[in-house]
Design a binder for this molecule. Structure first.
Ligand code: GLU
Length: 447
């Protein structure tokens, strides 16, 4: 725990869905606030009136909720230092601008208000992740020819600029930690000049490492899915994306790679965040997701897979929860996503996809006769259990001098339409005698 009372914020512009970079920034702020028993604040930076929409604001809020990030103050719930939308704070920006105008630190250009950048002042940005960065005020904002360029605070349409509004808000909302993407490092000196002009104490700054795609270029739409909901549609669990995003630029130490929110909150420390760019590695995300899928309790796993079975048009409603949960347990960790898991287990819910995949044309006529004998006896076993079936199959194969796989493989194909599946007698046991009989009969191997 650190001494300072932690108030961290996520300040998205509602000009698009919650994308990976935004989710990453939100997550690190949330972790830092929660780790320190502080507050996590959501502020909507909607001063770009043309591109901001209430729908985007809603999808961002929904995306955060989906990831399991809750906030203590925000546009939807209010809080002691609202309002939490910049468009509702315009009077404070004006008021503070007047203050700098009165003190001769800013001037008007038509309806715009401009901050006069001082030259010759030395500052140091103590970034918690990037370290100390020396700044000369005269070089903070420059024209093409290198001359000092003053900073627009309020545009002629009355809207504040990002660099100005962010300072007023972070101060008025008593933000103590500004944690955001490294692309804002270059903005920070401008903001520091404004803090200085107002005579306000600086918050702590922590800039998070850049996120790269597999080709080591800055992550962008070219790399595929960008919004968190696309990951949901692809079959990634919110817990997995949370876990995976936390690992972009941070390590829990002691080799812990798979964790839940509580453990991440306990272990998180800004001191362990690196400035080294982090690579968004799909293989790693798949690994993390598969591990979380394995760890889910049967009911939660079923609930996560159900929408994907539905998408495959499988007759979910015909089955009880227990059956579906047992089917997924049998899958024993197969499937990197809930989407894959749903696909891989389709034969438990329906015979149709099996028929599409398998036509039994690989079984020669003489084999068919032998198999019919075997399956005939199998279907009449007094006890319908995996172990009983396996023991029977071993004895039968021994007697008939047949390798076990010569009966197990056709059975697997007929029941699942796949070359790989969980233990075939377990599948047989779960599907039930009648269903197995029907499938074998359809392929002319019983009945
Ligand atoms: N609205 C800014 C953005 O989305 C916020 C940057 C900041 O955290 O200061 O990039």
């Amino acid at each position: 725990m650190i001494g300072k009372n932690v108030r961290a914020r996520f300040a998205p512009s509602p000009t698009g869905a919650l994308h990976i970079g935004g989710a990453h920034t939100a997550l690190f702020n949330w972790l830092w606030a929660r780790h320190n028993g502080g507050r996590f604040i959501l502020r909507i930076e909607d001063t770009d009136r043309e591109r901001s929409t209430p729908e985007y604001e809603r999808t961002i809020l929904d995306g955060l909720k989906w990831l399991g990030l809750d906030w203590d103050e925000g546009p939807d719930i209010g809080g002691g230092r609202g309002p939490y939308r910049q468009s509702e704070r315009l009077h404070s920006y004006m008021e503070r601008a007047e203050e700098l105008l009165d003190r001769g630190l800013a001037y008007k250009d038509g309806d715009a208000v401009i901050f006069k950048v001082p030259s010759g002042e030395e500052m140091v940005l103590h970034d918690l992740i990037y370290g100390d960065i020396n700044i000369q005020s005269g070089r903070v904002s420059t024209n093409q020819d290198g001359s000092v360029k003053d900073i627009v605070m309020i545009k002629s349409d009355g809207m504040p600029t990002y660099n100005y509004a962010v300072v007023i808000d972070d101060h008025d909302m008593n933000i103590t930690y500004v944690i955001r993407g490294e692309d804002h490092i270059s903005n920070t000196p401008k903001q520091m000049l404004l803090y200085r002009a107002f005579g306000w104490e600086l918050p702590e700054f922590a800039h998070l490492p850049m996120i790269l795609g597999a080709d080591k270029k800055k992550l962008s739409k070219r790399h595929g899915a960008t919004s968190v909901f696309e990951y949901s549609d692809m079959g990634y669990l919110p817990d997995s994306l949370f876990n995976f995003l936390a690992l972009l630029g941070w390590t829990a130490g002691n080799d812990t790679e798979i964790f839940d929110r509580a453990l991440a909150t306990e272990l998180f420390d800004l001191a362990n965040v690196t400035k080294k760019p982090a690579v968004f590695d799909m293989d790693k995300l798949n690994f993390v997701n598969q591990e979380h899928l394995k760890r889910l309790d049967p009911a939660s796993r079923r609930e996560a897979v159900e929408p994907f079975w539905q998408l495959l048009d499988l007759p979910l409603e015909r089955f009880g929860k227990k059956y579906l949960e047992d089917a997924l347990s049998l899958m024993g960790g197969r499937g990197r996503t809930t989407r894959e898991l749903a696909e891989f287990s389709d034969y438990f819910l329906d015979f149709e996809p099996v028929k599409l995949r398998y036509d039994a044309s690989d079984i020669p006529e003489e084999r068919r006769l032998v198999l019919r004998e075997f399956f005939g006896e199998l279907l009449n076993l007094p006890i319908w259990g995996a172990q009983e079936m396996e023991e029977f199959a071993r004895r039968w194969c021994e007697r008939n001098e047949t390798p076990l796989k010569d009966v197990a493989m056709p059975l697997r194909w007929v029941l699942t339409g796949r070359k790989v599946s969980p233990g075939v007698f377990e599948v047989t046991a779960l599907l039930g005698r009648d269903e197995c009989r029907a499938r074998l009969t359809r392929y002319g191997l019983a009945g």
